[in-house]
Design a binder for this molecule. Structure first.
Ligand code: ADP
Ligand code: MG
Length: 478
């Protein structure tokens, strides 16, 4: 656990630090006030108390946050996952990968390539459910960074018949970046199996081939985004008659009204028509009540794993809040107080809400002489891929991102996540285009949890700091 200087380590869902000036050069009176630990989604107001005690200035406060070596990894958290099963099939949790009756090629992939020693809790519980006939559908919720990818990747690799040269397993993801990350995991884990795979994401312009000129897909596992998968399916290049396992990663978003519900349902229905026994797996760290109700009507006779909402926040990610009165102060605080710390902490992601915000912050920080890169959906696919590669290779340290990377992005060196803007709920508005944000009054708790889950991957402890930079108008919302 970090040796950090939170005023009282038992008080921090939001150990609050308030910076209350527009002019950071005139050494603002800054106060750090602990607020009681609250349950997630607690809407009560924060009391931010001011005093002139300069000993608690953020610079000192932040400098005292120490980083620990992470060589001694533990199980992420004592995750409280509740299982609800249907029917008479008994499932026993797997304490080793050998307990799962995996092929020797897959075990070699897990030990030699992935360097895993034993299954995490979600892997131990979900894999027997996924791999045991009659291969029931599964709705699986587990914490960010707890190893859900391995659950469905092992599920797909185990169920594919390597001798049948046709698509048998699909995984649908919300972004190109996540689809590409997941296929990398699949290739590494399945290295010794001979199973083939294809990533279904929009091609960059250099590699573009019109659909009509493409041969039919023979890869056994297809991982991609819903638009491209749908396009490949409707052009009849991607056959679905042999598909026996269909995975939705970030399933609440894939099946949520403000996500990819239409495309996802269409894909699911088309597959079910040709392959009525296809197993459907839905994975996410978050399922709000609406989505939970909806997905429980979409899948049939399913097993379920879930985590209580108030236990979803990662204990290993310490969260701090700095309230800034305006944009200029936010930038000044990043420059004067955070960057030095970020340098010591490894890699940092700064989340912003809009593309404009991303551009503005990028320019402001570059003008101040800092090296940052920025990713957002309006960039070309080539540039997006390049920025991700540089960040994954550790060549860049600070990445500004819209919520494009809020979900799923796995980079273990990310120890600092800054919420420059608060994620807000999008609601349909009759005047505006579909899903424009309405009154900007409600935070999006799910996106918030996913954003901070970019730090604290797989139980890495004691080196995470999440800073919220909020306009004062939002200070009461978290
Ligand atoms: P999430 O649950 O958020 O999808 P991921 O599947 O991306 O989490 O896994 C988070 C990190 O944990 C990854 O870097 C992955 O390699 C690592 N990981 C997953 N399972 C294990 C395991 N059994 N042992 C060690 N590391 C693991
Ligand atoms: Mg994931």
């Amino acid at each position: 656990m970090a040796d950090h200087a939170a005023p009282d380590s038992t008080t921090s869902l939001s150990a609050a630090a308030a910076a209350t000036t527009a002019d950071s050069s005139s050494a603002p009176p800054i106060v750090i006030t602990p607020v009681p630990k609250r349950a997630w989604g607690d809407e009560e107001d924060d009391d931010v108390v001011e005093s002139g005690d300069s000993s608690s200035a953020p610079s000192e406060y932040l400098e005292s946050l120490k980083i620990q070596d992470d060589t001694n990894l533990e199980e992420p958290i004592d995750s409280n996952i509740t299982a609800v099963t249907t029917g008479d099939t008994p499932y026993s949790s797997a304490s080793t990968f050998e307990d799962l009756n995996l092929s020797k090629e897959l075990l070699k992939g897990l030990y030699v390539e992935m360097k895993f020693h034993k299954p995490s809790k979600i892997q131990a519980i979900s894999l027997p459910m996924i791999l045991t006939p009659p291969y029931k559908d599964l709705i699986a919720q587990a914490h960010n960074g707890s190893g859900k990818t391995t659950c469905f990747v092992l599920g797909m690799l185990s169920r594919v018949d390597v001798n049948l040269k046709a698509p048998q397993a699909f995984c649908i993801c919300p972004t190109r970046e996540l689809a590409m990350q997941n296929i990398e995991v699949l290739k590494k884990m399945g290295k010794y199996t001979g199973i083939t795979s294809e990533c279904a994401v929009p091609a960059d312009s250099a590699n573009y081939i019109p659909m009509s000129k493409r041969p039919p897909i023979t890869a056994q596992v297809v991982i991609g985004t819903p638009g491209t998968i749908k396009k490949w399916m409707s052009s009849r290049k991607l056959g679905v008659s042999c598909v026996k396992i269909l995975v939705f990663d970030e399933a609440d978003h894939m099946l949520g009204e403000d996500g990819f519900q239409d495309d996802s349902l269409r894909i699911m229905r088309d597959i079910e028509r040709s392959s009525p026994h296809c197993q459907v797996l839905l994975f996410s760290a978050t399922f709000d009540e609406n989505v939970k109700n909806f997905v429980s009507r979409v899948v049939k006779d399913y097993n379920q794993l879930f985590v209580k909402k108030e236990e979803l926040s990662l204990e290993s990610v310490k969260q701090y809040k700095l309230i800034c009165p305006d944009e200029l102060t936010k930038i000044r605080v990043i420059k004067d107080r955070i960057f030095e710390l970020a340098d010591k902490l490894g890699q940092t992601i700064i989340f912003v809400r809009t593309r404009n915000s991303a551009g503005m912050l990028h320019k402001a920080l570059v003008d101040l002489g800092y090296e940052v890169t920025t990713i957002q959906g309006a960039l070309t696919t080539e540039i997006r891929d390049k920025i991700i590669k540089e960040f994954k290779d550790g060549l860049t340290k600070v990445l500004i991102s819209t919520d494009l990377l809020a979900r799923g992005f796995d980079q273990q060196q990310v120890n600092l996540v800054i919420n420059y803007d608060l994620p807000l709920k999008y609601e349909p508005s009759p005047q505006a285009t579909k899903y424009r944000s309405s009154s900007l009054s409600e935070p999006n708790y799910e996106v918030y949890l996913h954003r901070i889950g970019r730090a604290g991957r797989f139980g890495r402890k004691g080196k995470f700091l999440c800073l919220l930079y909020l306009g004062t108008c939002f200070s009461r919302l978290l």
